[in-house]
Ligand binder design. Structure first.
Ligand code: ATP
Ligand code: MG
Length: 359
């Protein structure tokens, strides 16, 4: 929270499980945007403060009532809490007095069971008055569940996979493979943009970009055509595992979903991870494409993902790919490709794109 909102004008205080953020009005939209992307908080509200005096509280409640009436609400209720017991009005008195004033001054009526909005009044060390409480993303705070390396393509699935694990508290680094000049520079730029959006939910993502053109050419030359996609996946996994060990990531994360495409049958998933010791997390494994698309739209990656730039995976896509690959056979073919030195070369020449947190 403190890092996400780092700014000279913004003051943050933590008391009994709740954060208070004090900010000038002109920064409140910035703060609300950050809060809407902050994993680990259950909700927030923009509160006004006033003196601990019944007339001032009634006036602020009327202001709040006018605001919600303007936004289209017809009904309201007051929710008053008094933790400072030295204040001479109890919560019932507060509800009656402010409620009556709001009914008289605003175009609203009371509905205590299903109000369109709630005006909250809290008498603590200060007075806080707010309505329009927003629901946060929930989940566990970023960094509380180790660090994982996301295999980030330019597609729809992998950013969603990264987001879901970020919601479980995992810090995310990402790795993207491209095959420039066989694939376009735009496809690489797409991965940068996707990392930026996904990273806005989890304190930024460091994106490692590797040129896999030589690896892909070797696979094209030496692999039986029907095994090309699986060989490429195995090579990506090998490179990603090596990178993960170096940058201290505890797992790989992919956007694979069971039987979505030929390379994601259980047999082929078993081939692609067969040489790894690092765990591979696939948070979308049981999601269908429509559900993934809805999530991508919600987190704002969808419009970038559907831009029509080629990914290196489709470069030499075979017409008739192996569907039920055998692990032992996959390993024999993979070893014959002698990819290790090409993979090490790609790893040595990585580009690193770091994200600025304040944007
Ligand atoms: P996505 O799954 O992200 O929508 P896609 O559908 O084009 O992209 P798939 O063929 O489904 O890709 O790939 C399965 C998974 O393999 C991806 O979710 C991603 O984790 C990984 N992957 C594929 N291509 C790349 C790449 N160029 N760089 C890094 N990881 C990749
Ligand atoms: Mg996919």
């Amino acid at each position: 929270m403190v890092k996400a909102l780092a700014d000279d004008d913004i003051k943050i205080k933590l008391t009994s499980g709740r954060y208070y953020i004090e900010t000038p009005e002109e920064k409140s939209a910035f703060v609300e945007d950050k809060l809407s992307r902050l994993i680990g908080i259950s909700g927030w509200a923009k509160a006004a403060t006033c003196c601990k005096n019944i007339d001032a509280i009634i006036n602020k409640s009327i202001e709040e009532g006018k605001k919600i009436a303007q936004s289209g609400c017809k009904t309201f209720k007051i929710n008053a809490r008094r933790t400072d017991k030295s204040f001479p009005f109890n919560s019932y008195d507060l509800c009656c007095r402010t409620g009556e004033a709001v009914v008289n001054e605003c175009n609203l009526s009371v509905d205590i069971h299903k109000p369109d909005d709630v005006i909250n009044i809290e008498i603590r060390e200060k007075v806080y008055i707010y309505s329009g409480s927003k629901k946060g993303l929930g989940g566990l705070p970023c960094g509380s569940a180790g660090r994982g390396l996301l295999l980030l393509s330019g597609g729809i699935d992998s950013p969603v996979a990264g987001f879901l694990l970020a919601c479980r508290g995992m810090s995310i680094d990402a790795i993207h493979f491209h095959s420039y000049p066989y694939t376009s520079l735009e496809s690489k730029q797409k991965a940068v943009q996707l990392a930026q959006i996904t990273g806005s939910y989890c304190m930024g993502i460091r994106l490692y970009i590797l040129n896999f053109a030589q690896v892909q050419m070797r696979i094209k030359e030496k692999s039986p055509p029907e095994w090309i996609t699986i060989m490429l996946r195995m090579a990506m996994m090998e490179a990603s595992e090596k990178a993960a060990f170096k940058i201290k990531c505890k797992c790989l994360i992919t956007g694979e979903s069971l039987s979505q495409v030929a390379s994601q049958t259980i047999e082929n998933l078993s081939c692609t991870q067969s040489r790894l010791t690092i765990p591979v997390l696939r948070p979308l494994i049981g999601y269908d494409k429509e559900k993934i698309i809805r999530e991508a739209q919600r987190i704002g990656t969808y419009d970038v993902s559907i831009q029509p730039y080629d990914d290196c995976c489709v470069l030499f896509n075979p017409r008739h790919p192996v569907i039920y690959g055998d692990r032992a056979q996959a390993n024999v073919i993979y070893e014959k490709l002698e990819l290790s030195s090409l993979i090490d070369e790609a790893l040595k020449n990585y580009e690193l794109v770091k994200q600025s947190l304040s944007k």
